[in-house]
Design a protein around this ligand. Structure first.
Ligand code: ATP
Length: 263
């Protein structure tokens, strides 16, 4: 578990500037997390329950985990993050207790964002697990999510690429009831992602990110990141080859036999 005692922004994450595209998702999170603290008077006059629990869903590599970390940093929330399989493996036989502990820890750390990544692994439909472990975990999650409303400043986020596997009770109003889709990026989003991911790279003057965005239809953010990593590695090889070639050129030429004979 990666639990931060400081706000995530102090852990080297820079917030929304790290995210390319996903504007609707970002806007929804901002409204939910930032508006109540920015405009307390307006919200006091409209005493409706604010949904503060989110399920992010969409294909792998499309920024679900990434945007949650950025949100915690941008909104100065402490960040407690756990991957579903980690929770099951690490706490064999004590998974429900681990869930309880996480919510207690989040309440103590408020304002805090508690994030369950790979949520389908701990929250599948009940009645299909012979061991009963995940059934018990789901029951515990339901109990905790029902109680989270009473906690101020605790935002529960979960992410999955398989929302169809989840126990439907978790998605009922009052629980993880805000569903936000992170899909494959459009051309504009790919360009924005490439710009964000390459902002610290020394790009050659002939690199055309718009052209790369056009050539990468169907790529996820993770694919674009891999593309840039490959390009970076290729340019390191090029540099090494270039240096080797220069060294060879600088070496004194071996004297020819006739020259050696003369000496
Ligand atoms: P999975 O379902 O496999 O867990 P995911 O949707 O959570 O995938 P991330 O882990 O958030 O995907 O993305 C993988 C990497 O791709 C990130 O660490 C980031 O570098 C890059 N990335 C993805 N989407 C974006 C984005 N919108 N802006 C900037 N970087 C992105």
């Amino acid at each position: 578990m990666r639990g931060l005692t400081k706000p995530a922004s102090e852990g080297g994450r820079s917030g929304w500037g790290d995210v390319g595209g996903l504007n609707d998702v970002q806007k929804a999170i901002q409204e939910m997390v930032e508006f109540p603290s920015k405009f307390p008077n307006i919200f006091a006059q409209a005493p409706l329950r604010i949904r503060s629990n989110v399920l992010l869903y969409g294909p792998p590599g499309c920024g679900k985990t990434h945007i949650v970390g950025a949100a915690a940093a941008a909104c100065s929330l402490r960040f407690i993050s756990i991957k579903g399989p980690e929770l099951l493996n690490k706490y064999i036989g004590a998974s429900e207790q681990a869930v309880r502990d996480l919510f207690t820890k989040a309440a103590a750390a408020a304002p805090c964002l508690l994030f369950f990544d790979e949520f389908d692994s701990i929250a599948p439909r009940r009645g299909h697990d012979n061991t009963g472990v995940t059934d018990r975990v789901v029951n515990q999650l339901l109990t905790e999510l029902d109680g989270v409303e009473a906690l101020t400043g605790v935002f529960v986020f979960a992410a999955t690429s398989r929302p169809d596997l989840l126990d439907a009770a978790l998605l009922r109003p009052g629980r993880l009831d805000r569903l936000l889709f992170c899909g494959f990026p459009s051309w504009h989003e790919r360009l924005a992602i490439l710009q964000v991911l390459s902002q610290k790279l020394p790009l050659a003057s002939d690199v055309n990110l718009e052209a790369i965005a056009s050539m990468t239809e169907g790529f996820s953010g993770a694919d674009l990141q891999a593309l840039l990593s490959d390009a970076q590695l290729a340019s390191v090889h090029e540099l090494l080859d270039h240096n080797d070639a220069e060294k060879t050129n600088q070496m004194p030429a071996r004297p020819s036999i006739s020259e050696a004979e003369k000496q």
